[in-house]
Design a binder for this molecule. Sequence first.
Ligand SMILES: *Cc1c(COP(=O)(O)O)cnc(C)c1O
Length: 372
Amino acid sequence: MNTPESRAGAVLTIDLAAIEDNYRLLQRRVGAAACAAVLKADAYGLGAAHVAPVLRRAGCRHFFVAHLEEGIALRRTLPAAQFADTQVFVLHGVPPGAEMDLLEHQLTPVLNSRQQLDAWRALARQLGRALPAIVQADTGMSRMGMPPAEVDAWLDSSDPFGGLALQYVMSHLAVADEPDHPMNGLQLARFAALRQRLGGIPGSLANSSGIFLGADYHFDLARPGVALYGANPQPGQPNPMRPVVTLQGRIVQTRRIAEGDYVGYALSYQAPGERTIATVSVGYADGWLRHLSNRGHVLVDGVRAPVVGRVSMDSITVDVTGIAPARVTPGALVDLLSADQTVDDVAALAGTIGYEILTSLGLRYHRRYTGA
Ligand SMILES: *Cc1c(COP(=O)(O)O)cnc(C)c1O
């Protein structure tokens, strides 16, 4: 035990080649439109500094982050020479008073409100040149972007585009993962109408699931996130994406327990007979959500061993009865996330979505990047 990996309680493997393949698949899907990549929340927990260069190599020139600070961090990790042709867009736009920070770090804001729009244009006036921006309109989600009345007021104002080098108008879909939901068509119609009012400037509407709603939704720039990282953009249908993450946890110890013995906090599991229990060093502090107590399984050399008892902060307990003792010795690695139990599977068991499983992945894991 003499490397960080061999000492680690758990190993998270991130397959960069799979991310690259996923990007290329989405790029093909959107045809003539450009395909951006959403790298917010540190590339959904997988490490933006590792992911961005791989995506750039695959042809990606548009990156989205949520916070200004994420944009600054991303710019810092990208070699300036190589990424000069790459745009970094900040979804939350301009925080009050932070216009210069965006400019300094070559970040392009998504302007979400009249206030953000005016602040950005004030800086443009000061500098005497138009500044690049995306304008976001709310087409039905009431979360981010200008509501219709604000758009009207903006367009009715004098010289609405002064100071703006408007690159895209964008909006975000609320139920893209439910293709039959009537809100998709409604948002599409509202967005298309707005784009026409803006003189048919380039548009950006589709997230991962939106790409699969059809070519009508692609416009000029798609903004996939979660599908790049292997989650299924079409729930209920076969997943076209390659899995990206593998999570392995190390067995700390095993024990035999008798019929009637209990396992874990609150004694939520009682053995129906003699059992062998292995303790694995992954817990809720690592993002293995407590809601996964008594749910799901790990794979021991390809054999399923169910999780029994409560998820603790640093460990889970699994029933390895019947598995050869040599395979469950302390130090052995078992699979928690794999092709057999995907991010989406675990999300379903935990009553959440793949996004939350990915962004909860623990900082204690030893991270291994393959396929770069
Ligand atoms: C997070 C986000 C995306 C990416 O969504 P996915 O469902 O992960 O593809 C795209 N656009 C906006 C505005 C977002 O907030």
